[in-house]
Design a protein. Sequence first.
Length: 210
Amino acid sequence: MISAPWYKAVQGLDYLDEDDDTWGTVFRDVILLALIGFVAMVIMLLPHITSAKKAAEEQTAPGNVIVEIHWPTNMPVDVDLWVQAPREMPVGFWNLGGHTFNLLRDDLGSEGDATDENYEISYSRGIPPGEYIVNVHMYGPLPQNTTVPVNVVVSVKQGLEDTRQILKTVVELTRHNQEETAFRFRLTADGALVPGSVNTLRRPLITGGN
């Protein structure tokens, strides 16, 4: 026969074990519910985070503003492209990159080029609002009585597919060290051309008043 004090002690231990199991189950349930809630929040926020990141990448990806020049392939002369973003230093062959623009190709116009095309191109990263300046410069020597027609094209790219040409002209270069302003224009932050802002008022970027 079991004595009463010992039996009561065993009963007390059984009660403690049952309480421990109950609290352990409740704790595990709370942790599991909290984890499920966190995962659910991440899943709901993920599309918004992805959309915001994609929009930011599209705005800052190289090629938002594209400026290019082309001149005849049968004319081995050295023409340079110079561009200036709002409130920045000009970008060209001796300053290949700034905060906004980078010159991706400096073409010497010689037959040793990798391609037969004579062209230079600058890409921007982002579209800061304000005035942009595009100049062409006759860097190398030019045979007497020679005119080099330089095609200048400005395009704006937003997103992966939407690229539109906004400006196009032809600048004629006739002498060594000649620098001409092809365009001065203003863009909004979303890449829209400001009405009435396009002009060709000369603004030297590298040759001063020459």
